[in-house]
Design a protein around this ligand. Structure first.
Ligand code: G6P
Length: 607
């Protein structure tokens, strides 16, 4: 979604801001802009479309060493040059960029209009520039604070004033903001990737805090002017991790990284001597873990599918009732928080509004919520009661891939801990660990056969509709396969339990609707074979993802891909990777914008 960057220092600001916005492209956006301050002038350049379109119209001689930049993902008002940020007040002396949604903007706008102010854009954000101008009496920070008290909704804001050069005021409520500390230069950004090329020293701004940066200093206060001392964090990501290297797309790179990212997720967390695992960040004693009677997982998108896999796993292996639910639904149904229930909020970005707000609602009711996050220092990671970082490294492609396999790895570890505390024997624990540690090698076998999936995509990318079908722990994987395909190729795809097709979806079967079956040699194999036959009998094309040498299946389907044979509960790993690759190659075949698919955002910070 929208991204923010601010710069103050000795270098030409325009270049730094454009480069930073380029790094934010992955979040998803539809327009972009910058505002550069120089010797008593502010110059705004903004454009709908890509950063390259913006870059093309930035004057080559645009001087200035401080400024702000923004990538906009339209909410209020269409995708136009005028609606792009930064927005200025009537005098043009103040410029702001805003992430989030101002919920009371209509009331504020009506009041400002009755004061004689003419709005240029249709955005909710423009009210902020006018409010700051109305409150400005020579001190930008104070004017921002007074204006914030009038806003309802969410914001991450950066703001500059012509009369206060080399100063950026930022504030946050619900939309992330981080200060980057450089050598005689300072940054503000919504996301560390925007500034990673310049500094690894960061300070995270919290809700209802206001930050003022100059070229060599920063101060953070609350809305009542009380100074807040914060610790400086070090970003652990490396610059090369946010670059594509030799890969055509970030998504391809991230799919191929999975043997390493999964290894990172469990590294240092296994305990061979006890045949168990340890997760340092849970903040739960053994007694507290033993008292857990129920587990509930909340998440959105791909993270929700990881939660569904975890629910199958923990209920069947740890023998604890467990279910996963869409966070967006949990928040508004007045959820019951039961005793001895442990909650997990799963989020790659740690910023998804649906998940964050549901987590806060559960915590308000007394729930213990653990986070499973990738982005260190993200809001869910900080506000949860403990949790697990999955250490995938930055995931830049909008469609999530390596985060999914690392999220489930975290759950496989947690499941082992719980199981070994309860009924799982040492020998079974050893078996479980051995198989878990073998997952990266099994995935390498799949990746080595990527060319087969590319060929398959060539044969199937022209179809308009797909069904993805699996059972048991592979059912959520089928949902994820369908989600991947629709996200990046825009082909319509639905995921179902294979058993469920006879209750409706089978009506869709014809020569034009291929069905992708996940059919490993587990205890449901025979049932799924019956479902395949039902589809074949209706002239449906079938692609099977089955185990090596499963001649029976191979003989009844139109196409197949062989995945390595692993024990049943580990199938999600080896099944999801070829589905990711299939979706990826279909999207490439169709010439789609793989890393930044239309309408989607990497981190959805609005409800
Ligand atoms: C967006 C992304 C999805 C992602 C979902 C949840 O919709 O496009 O790829 O799965 O958000 O994101 P999270 O960061 O909470 O895992």
């Amino acid at each position: 979604m929208c991204g923010i960057i601010g710069y103050c220092g000795p270098k030409p600001a325009a270049q730094i801001l454009i480069d930073g916005l380029k790094r934010l492209e992955y979040r998803g956006y539809d327009s972009a802009g910058i505002c550069i301050g120089n010797n008593g002038s502010l110059t705004v350049v903004k454009k709908k479309g890509k950063i390259r379109d913006l870059k093309a119209i930035v004057p080559k001689n645009l001087q200035g060493n401080f400024g702000i930049g923004h990538t906009r993902w339209a909410t209020h008002g269409g995708v136009t040059d005028i609606n792009a940020h930064p927005h200025t007040d009537v005098s043009g002396k103040i410029a702001i960029a805003h992430n989030g949604i101002i919920e009371n903007f209509a009331v504020l706008k009506a009041k400002l209009e009755s004061d004689g102010i003419t709005f240029k854009s249709e955005t909710d954000s423009e009210v902020i520039a006018h409010l700051i101008a109305q409150n400005y009496k020579g001190n930008l920070e104070q004017a921002v604070k007074e204006s914030l008290s009038l806003l309802e909704g969410t914001y991450g804001i950066v703001c500059i004033h012509i009369d206060e050069p080399f100063k950026i005021v930022g504030a946050r409520n619900g939309s992330p903001l981080v200060v980057g500390i450089g050598e005689k230069e300072m940054f503000l950004a919504s996301d560390v990737t925007a500034i990673l090329a310049h500094t690894k020293q960061v300070v995270y701004v919290e809700d209802r805090e206001v930050v003022t940066v100059t070229c060599d200093d920063y101060t953070i206060t609350d809305l009542k002017d009380r100074p807040i001392n914060k610790k400086i964090d070090e970003i652990t990501w490396e610059l090369q991790q946010i670059e594509k290297g030799d890969f055509a797309h970030f998504m391809e790179k991230e799919i191929f990284e999975q043997p390493e990212s999964i290894t990172r997720a469990y590294s240092g967390r296994t305990e061979a001597e006890q045949a168990t695992a340890k997760l340092g960040g849970l903040n739960l004693t053994t007694k507290e873990l033993l008292n857990i009677e129920r587990i509930k997982i909340i998440a959105a998108g791909t993270s929700f599918h990881a939660g569904l896999v975890a629910a199958y796993l923990m209920e069947s292996i740890a023998r604890i009732p467990c279910n996963a639910e869409l966070a967006s639904e949990v928040r508004y149904r007045n959820p019951l928080v039961e005793r001895n229930t442990l909650y997990f909020a799963v989020s790659q970005s740690g910023e998804t509004a649906d998940t964050l707000y549901a987590m806060r609602e559960l915590q308000r009711k007394g729930a213990t919520v653990l986070g499973i996050c990738n982005v260190v220092g993200s809001t869910i990671a900080r506000e949860s009661d403990g949790g697990v970082y999955i250490h995938s490294g930055p995931e830049i492609a909008v469609a999530s891939t390596k985060a999914f396999t690392s999220q489930i790895t975290a759950f496989y570890l947690f499941n082992l801990i719980l199981s070994r505390m309860r009924h799982m024997s040492f020998e079974s624990g050893e078996w479980y660990l051995k198989n878990m540690l073998a997952v990266p090698d099994s995935i390498k076998i799949v990746l080595d056969k990527a060319a087969q999936l590319k060929d398959m995509a060539g044969r199937y990318a022209h179809y308009k509709d797909f069904l993805f079908l699996g059972r048991g722990i592979n059912y959520p994987v089928a949902l994820e396969g369908a989600l991947k395909l629709k996200e990046i190729s825009y082909i319509h795809a639905e995921g179902y339990s294979a058993a469920e097709i006879k209750h409706g979806p089978i009506a869709l079967i014809n020569e034009e609707t291929p069905s992708v079956f996940l059919v490993p040699a587990d205890r449901l194999r025979e049932k799924v074979i019956s479902n395949i036959k039902e589809v074949k009998a209706r002239k449906g094309r079938v692609i099977a993802f089955c185990n090596e040498k499963d001649e029976e299946i191979k003989s009844i389907v139109d196409d197949f891909f062989e995945v390595p044979k692993v024990p049943g509960i580990f199938n999600p790993f080896v099944m999801v990777v070829p589905l990711q690759l299939f979706a990826y190659y279909c999207a490439v075949e169709l010439g789609r914008d793989v890393d930044q698919p239309r309408n989607l955002a990497k981190s959805v910070t609005v409800e």
